[in-house]
Design a protein around this ligand. Structure first.
Ligand SMILES: Nc1ncnc2c1ncn2[C@@H]1O[C@H](COP(=O)(O)OP(=O)(O)OP(=O)(O)O)[C@@H](O)[C@H]1O
Ligand SMILES: [Mg+2]
Length: 481
């Protein structure tokens, strides 16, 4: 290191001449003195000896003094080296600090420019008490107030509809209580996304989907809160309109359809005026299609209710074995016509779960009707019902493991067209139909599985699929016991 090499050049040269400069020379000097004395004794006799002894007595302490001085000089040089070292280190620390500061500034600049570039979403940052510290152009646009009028001057709850932040039947809370209500769920779960009503500067009310997350400082301490909002006012209004439209249409279609089916039944069952075979065949086709329309209308209405979160269950004790037998009965005629065999394997003593009998029947019917319609002639459909165990990770097993819960397991297997593995993830999306269904021109609109999944989830259950294209499919529905 240069710092260690430097003392030779920095030692003060002016002090050097006072002492011999190198330790190696001290010993020869003393030896030279002693030799000189010996020579003098030999040459000059005893008188001179005394003089030489005196000179030698002075030379020895001088050499000792020189040794100490040299030691002190050595120590001083070492100290200087340390000082240099410290100076160098200090310099590099200062440089590192400057680089780090520059990087921090650049990062902050990037963050600010990103936040400022967001104009469609409001990004609002507050301190721990809700005082606004960050207010991006998106917030300016959405709420109609410039940053200068808000930052460090207003709390975020000023922009929230107060009735959403106070208990419905209690008194209105103060600003602190309102802010605590706003971040309560995010505090408990780490984040929260939901719709809130924002109040704009010009008095409009906006439905905003707000993601609330805590913000921490460099030490991991909580520094405040982030609120990222997307204006959903128009989207929510459109959703409401769509729901109203679907409900209205479904209702309006259902009434005439019920009337058509009712009169059809009267005509077909009229013993006084029996129909010809041909008439009966025509009217059977009318009836089948009217039933199909009725089911489609019912499915549409139900899907709209699920989407709107307006679907409720009427729970009671339900024997799943009876439901499975009922589904087989419903599918029997179609299966026989198509040449598909249906086998039922359910416990003779039944298997009772808590649930909505009508909805569970609908879920089971959907799975069985799919199995029958996606299985070509000569194929086999098997309905199996048994108890099993679901562990904490959701995996199903035949025996109880630690923390496992008992479940009723209904599986519907077929030897049909199957579903390509890449498409299986989208099966529970409304109107999705796999390529195997479209290719084989199997009729349907793609609502049955969405409905089945919604019913299963509402019962705290799970619905899984295993399928191999061209080989067959198994849907497994597990319900808590
Ligand atoms: N057992 C099955 N075998 C093969 N493909 C299936 C099976 N069950 C469902 N699918 C695939 O999943 C898609 C969605 O099923 P879903 O029941 O929701 O709709 P659908 O039967 O086509 O119409 P809908 O039930 O509304 O009359 C089907 O179109 C089909 O591609
Ligand atoms: Mg279906």
């Amino acid at each position: 290191m240069t710092a260690l090499a430097e003392p030779a050049t920095t030692a003060t040269p002016s002090r050097e001449p006072a002492v011999p400069d190198m330790p190696g020379r001290a010993v020869p000097a003393v030896l030279a003195g002693v030799a000189a004395v010996g020579l003098a004794v030999l040459l000059s006799g005893p008188g001179t000896v005394l003089l030489v002894v005196a000179a030698t007595a002075v030379a020895v302490p001088v050499a000792e003094l020189a040794r100490r001085l040299r030691a002190q000089l050595g120590a001083a040089a070492a100290l200087e080296a340390q000082r240099q070292d410290l100076v160098t280190r200090g310099r590099s620390t200062a440089e590192e600090l400057e680089v780090a500061t520059r990087m921090m500034r650049a990062r902050a600049q990037t963050m600010t420019s990103v936040i400022d570039a967001v104009t469609e979403q409001s990004i609002i940052g507050t301190d721990q008490d809700g005082l606004v510290r960050v207010w991006n152009p998106g917030a300016e646009r959405m709420l109609g107030l410039p940053r200068a009028d808000v930052v460090r001057l207003r709390t975020i709850t000023d922009f929230h509809a107060p009735e959403e932040l106070s208990p419905e039947d209690g008194p209105e809370l103060d600003a602190t209580g309102r802010f605590a209500a706003l971040v309560r769920v995010a505090q408990e779960h780490g984040s929260d996304v939901r719709d809130w009503t924002y109040l704009t500067a010009d008095g409009r009310r906006l439905t905003v989907s707000v993601a609330i997350t805590p913000r921490t400082d460099d030490d991991g301490e909580r520094a405040g809160w982030n609120f990222v909002g997307t204006d959903m006012t128009e989207a929510r209004a459109a959703e409401r309109l769509k729901d109203q439209f679907v409900s209205l249409i479904s209702h309006e279609l259902r009434t005439p359809l019920s009337s058509i089916l009712g009169y059809l039944e009267l005509v077909m069952d009229d013993e006084e005026q029996p129909l010809t075979a041909e008439q009966r065949q025509y009217l059977s086709t009318v009836e089948r299609n009217a039933q199909r329309l009725l089911r489609l209308v019912g499915d549409l209405l139900f899907t709209a209710q699920v989407d709107a979160g307006r679907f409720t269950l009427q729970p009671e004790d339900v024997d799943l074995a009876a439901i499975v037998r009922g589904a087989e009965e419903t599918a029997r005629v179609t299966a026989a016509t198509r040449g598909v065999a249906v086998a039922v394997d359910v416990p003779a003593e039944g298997l009772v779960v808590r649930g909505d009998a009508l909805r569970l029947g609908q879920a089971c019917d959907n799975l069985v009707s799919n199995a029958v319609k996606f299985t070509p002639a000569g194929g086999q459909v098997t309905l199996r019902l048994r108890t099993a165990w679901r562990d904490a990770d959701g995996a199903l097993a035949d025996a109880a493991g630690p923390g496992a819960e008992p479940v009723a397991l209904l599986s519907v297997s077929d030897t049909g067209v199957g579903i390509p593995s890449g498409e299986q993830g989208r099966l529970f999306t409304s109107f999705f139909r796999a390529s195997t269904a479209r290719r084989n021109a199997v009729p349907g609109v793609g609502l049955g599985l969405t409905i089945t999944k919604a019913i299963t989830t509402a019962h705290g259950g799970t619905l899984d699929v295993a399928s191999v294209e061209g080989r067959g499919t198994t849907f497994t529905l597990a319900l808590p016991l």
